[in-house]
Design a binder for this molecule. Structure first.
Ligand code: UDP
Length: 239
C-alpha cells in the first residue's frame, strides 16, 4: 500500500523539469512549445479565419477547433499515424479546457484552428498540449481572459503525486494508480478540465485537486515568463 519513494526520485509535490517557449513556428499566427520531463507538446494557431463549410459557422460566436496528434516516434512502441478515437477525443477535451478563457463572442462565424503535435510522450500529454495551446493562442493575439495551466495529478499507492510520468501511471502495486488530469485558470479561479481514470476516495480527490492547483500555479508563472520573453516585456519595463 505504501509508495515510499517516487520512481524518478522526485518529491511527491515536485513537477518535472519544465521548458516553455513561444513563437517557434514562423508560419503560424501563434505558436508555443511546452516540455515537462520527457513529455513535449508543440502547438500552432491559425486564425481567426473564415470557417468552411459555411453551415458549420456559429453566427453568435467563434469556434475553437483543436487537433491533437502523437508523432509516430513519440513513444517506444510506434504510434500509428493519423487520427484515432483517442486523438479525436483529446482534441475535444483540449478545446473544452481552453474555451472558457477564450472570448469567442469577439469573432462570430470565424474559426481558430489549433494544431498540436506530441514529439515525445511520457504521460500527461493532454496537459502539456493544453499548456502549449494556451500560450500559442495568446501569442496569436486571440482575446483571452487568462492562460490555462494543466497538470496530471496521481494517486500512486497511498500517495498523492503531482505530474505523474508513464512509469507511475502504469504502477500496478498495492493501491494501484489513479490519473487525474486537471486544467486551471488562476484569474478565473476555475478548473476547466477535471478527468479521473481509476478509483479514489472523496477526501483524496479533494487533496489531489488542491495539489493540482498548486502545481498549475507554478506552471502558469513559467507560461507567463515565456510570453514575456518573446515580447521583451521586462526590457521594455526597464528602459
Ligand atoms: N501512450 C502510448 N501509446 C499510445 C498512447 C499513449 O505509449 O498510443 C502513452 C504515452 O506515454 C501517453 C501515456 O500513454 O502519454 C498516457 O496516455 P493517456 O491516454 O492517458 O493520455 P495522457 O496522459 O498522455 O494525457
Amino acid at each position: 500500500m505504501v509508495y515510499k519513494k517516487r520512481f524518478d526520485g522526485r518529491k511527491f509535490d515536485e513537477l518535472r523539469k519544465i521548458e516553455a517557449e513561444v513563437g517557434i513556428i514562423p508560419n503560424a499566427d501563434g505558436s508555443a512549445r511546452f516540455k515537462i520531463g520527457k513529455t513535449e507538446a508543440i502547438a500552432g494557431v491559425y486564425g481567426p479565419k473564415e470557417m468552411h463549410p459555411k453551415f458549420l459557422q456559429n453566427p453568435k460566436k467563434g469556434t475553437l477547433r483543436c487537433r491533437y496528434d502523437m508523432i509516430s516516434f513519440s513513444v517506444n512502441e510506434r504510434a500509428r499515424p493519423g487520427p484515432s478515437r483517442r486523438s479525436q477525443e483529446l482534441g475535444l477535451v483540449i478545446a473544452s479546457a481552453l474555451e472558457p478563457v477564450c472570448l469567442l463572442n469577439d469573432f462570430p462565424k470565424l474559426i481558430v484552428d489549433v494544431f498540436i503535435e506530441i514529439p515525445q510522450a511520457d504521460a500527461g500529454t493532454r496537459c502539456a498540449a493544453i499548456c502549449a495551446a494556451s500560450m500559442a493562442l495568446a501569442d496569436a493575439g486571440i482575446p483571452m481572459k487568462d492562460l490555462v495551466a494543466a497538470v496530471a495529478v496521481g494517486k500512486i499507492g497511498d500517495k498523492i503525486c503531482i505530474d505523474i510520468n508513464k512509469e507511475e501511471e502504469d504502477y500496478d502495486g498495492p493501491g494501484g494508480a489513479t490519473d487525474i488530469p486537471i486544467a486551471y485558470s488562476p484569474v478565473e479561479n476555475k478548473l476547466t478540465l477535471l478527468q479521473l481514470d481509476g478509483k479514489i476516495k472523496d477526501e483524496d480527490l479533494v487533496k489531489a485537486i488542491k495539489e493540482g492547483i498548486k502545481g498549475a500555479k507554478k506552471i502558469y508563472e513559467i507560461q507567463k515568463a515565456a510570453l514575456k520573453k518573446k515580447y521583451k516585456v521586462n526590457e521594455v519595463l526597464n528602459e
